[in-house]
Design a protein. Sequence first.
Length: 68
Amino acid sequence: MLYPAMSTLLTHVSSRYLLVNVVARRARQLSIEAEMTHEPLEDKPVTIAIREVADGELTATLKEKYLR
């Protein structure tokens, strides 16, 4: 079972495809930042990114021209 639920995540991001891309980019960003500062992460980068989306700290929408 996915926690948080997909329905919760999709309230902040408009599609599953976009959700995957947003989480992947943020996870890479977190990983690079942790490596550069030599600070260990408490959780895996993907877990942190998913939590950020669930908490509403990270959102994304598609531009109207891509919705056609």
